[in-house]
Write a protein that binds this ligand. Structure first.
Ligand code: PLP
Length: 394
C-alpha cells in the first residue's frame, strides 16, 4: 500500500509573505466607517472623457483578448508619451509590454530577470510589493535604508552592491515619503549598475504628480542606463483609474522578451477595452497634466498645514500623494496601536509606518496618510483629527 507522505499544504514561499497591511487598513476603515486616508486611491471621479473612451471601446467590441504584450494602439501611445515626457526612445514592437497594473509589471520584471542566488536591492522605507516580487522570484531582497530626508546615500548603497546584485528597484516620486530622487542620486545608482552589471527597475507610477515646479527624471535617460533599465508606470494614479489595472514596462528588447513571456503566462493580457481607453488618456493634451499638478498641489498644501497644526512632524512631500508622519508629539503608543485607534476612535484610517520596512522595529513612530482625496474629505479628516487630539490633551 502506498505510504502516506506528510507534505505541507502550501508552498514555503507563501510563508515568507504577509498580507498587505495597506489593504487590511482599508478593510478596517470600512468596518468602522472611517475616512480612508490609508490606501492610495482617489475618492473622486475619473475624468469624464476617459470614462467615455472606455465605454466606447466596449461598444466598439474590444471585448476579446488583446495582443498579449498590449494593444498596438496603446503601445504606440506609450512610446509617444515616453518620448515627450520621459525622454525615452522606445519602439512599440520591441520595447513595450502592457501589464495588469504596474504591480504586475514589477512582478513580471523581477521574475523574468532574477533567480535564486540573485540579490535585489530596494530602498527602505519602501512600497510593499517589491519584497514579495523578489521572494516569489526566489531571489533575495537586500534592503538599503534611505537617509534622514529619504535621500539615497552613497555609503550604504555601495556596501549593498556585490557580485550577487542582479537588480535594484528605484521608486520616484517615492511612496511613502513623497521624496523625488535627484539627478546626482540617479547618477550614483547608474554608476553602480554599470560597475556591477546590474539592472534597474524603476517604479515611476507617480511621475506626473510633482510639487513646486519639480521635474521628473527617468533613470533610463541617465548615463548609459537606457539598456539596463526597466521603466514601469501605468494609468492608476495619473488618470484616477486604479481599478482599470493597466500598467506597462519599457525595456531593451532582450529584457522585454523575457518580461513578455512571464506576463503572457501570468495574465495573458490586460483588460482589452481599457487598453484602448488608456491609449486615449495617454494622448491627452499637456494641459491635463498641468491641471492635475495644480489640483494635487492644493490638496498637498492643505494636508501639510493641517497635519502640522495638529502636531505631526514630517518631510514635506515633493511628489506622489503621501505624508509619512511622525506622531511622537501626540502619542507614545506603537504605530499599529496608533493606526487602530485613529481608525476606530478618530475615524480616520492611516497605515502603520512599520509596514514600509522589512525590520518591523523601524517606522514605529510613523503613520502614512494618503491625500488623493476630495478637498471636502481632507477638510473633514483634518477637523476630525483636530477634535480627536484636542480631546486627548491633558
Ligand atoms: N507602485 C507604487 C509606488 C504605488 O504606490 C502603487 C499603488 O499604490 C503601485 C505601484 C501600484 O500601482 P498599480 O495600480 O499600477 O498596480
Amino acid at each position: 500500500m502506498a505510504q502516506k507522505t506528510r507534505r505541507p499544504l502550501v508552498s514555503s514561499r507563501t510563508k515568507l509573505l504577509s498580507e498587505s497591511v495597506i489593504r487590511e487598513m482599508t478593510r478596517m476603515a470600512d468596518k468602522y466607517g472611517a475616512l480612508n486616508l490609508a490606501q492610495g486611491f482617489p475618492d473622486f471621479a475619473a475624468p469624464a472623457n476617459i470614462k467615455a473612451a472606455a465605454v466606447k471601446a466596449i461598444e466598439e467590441d474590444y471585448n476579446q483578448y488583446a495582443v498579449t504584450w498590449g494593444s498596438p494602439n496603446l503601445r504606440s501611445a506609450i512610446c509617444e508619451k515616453a518620448a515627450w515626457f520621459n525622454g525615452i526612445r522606445a519602439e512599440p514592437d520591441k520595447n513595450v509590454t502592457v501589464t495588469c497594473g504596474s504591480t504586475e509589471a514589477m512582478m513580471a520584471s523581477v521574475i523574468a530577470l532574477a533567480e535564486p542566488g540573485d540579490e535585489v536591492i530596494m530602498f527602505e522605507p519602501a512600497y510593499e510589493n517589491y519584497r514579495p516580487s523578489t521572494i516569489l522570484a526566489g531571489a533575495t531582497p537586500v534592503p538599503v535604508p534611505l537617509g534622514q530626508g529619504f535621500e539615497i546615500e552613497e555609503e550604504p548603497l555601495k556596501k549593498a552592491f556585490g557580485a550577487q546584485t542582479k537588480l535594484i528597484v528605484v521608486n520616484t516620486p517615492h511612496n511613502p515619503s513623497g521624496r523625488v530622487t535627484t539627478e546626482a542620486e540617479m547618477r550614483l545608482v547608474a554608476d553602480l549598475c554599470q560597475d556591477y552589471g546590474a539592472i534597474a527597475i524603476t517604479d515611476e507610477i507617480y511621475e506626473h504628480i510633482l510639487y513646486g515646479g519639480r521635474k521628473h527624471i527617468s533613470l533610463a535617460t541617465v548615463g548609459d542606463m537606457a539598456d539596463r533599465t526597466v521603466t514601469i508606470s501605468g494609468v492608476s494614479k495619473t488618470y484616477t483609474a486604479t481599478g482599470w489595472r493597466i500598467g506597462y514596462t519599457i525595456a531593451e528588447a532582450t529584457l522585454t522578451g523575457a518580461i513578455r513571456k512571464v506576463h503572457d503566462y501570468m495574465t495573458v493580457c490586460a483588460p482589452a477595452p481599457l487598453q484602448e481607453a488608456a491609449a486615449f488618456a495617454l494622448r491627452l493634451p499637456r494641459s491635463f497634466y498641468t491641471d492635475l499638478q495644480r489640483s494635487y498641489q492644493k490638496k498637498r498644501d492643505f494636508i501639510v498645514k493641517g497635519l502640522k497644526g495638529i502636531g505631526f512632524e514630517f518631510y514635506d512631500p515633493e511628489g506622489a500623494y503621501y505624508v509619512l508622519a511622525d506622531f511622537q508629539n501626540l502619542s507614545r503608543t506603537s504605530d499599529k496601536d496608533f493606526s487602530v485607534a485613529m481608525t476606530k476612535d478618530c475615524k480616520v484610517a492611516v497605515v502603520p509606518g512599520s509596514s514600509f520596512y522589512s525590520d518591523g522595529r523601524k517606522g514605529r513612530t510613523q503613520v502614512r496618510f494618503s491625500y488623493s482625496k476630495k478637498e471636502s474629505t481632507l477638510r473633514k479628516a483634518v477637523s476630525m483629527m483636530e477634535a480627536y487630539f484636542a480631546s486627548r490633551r491633558p
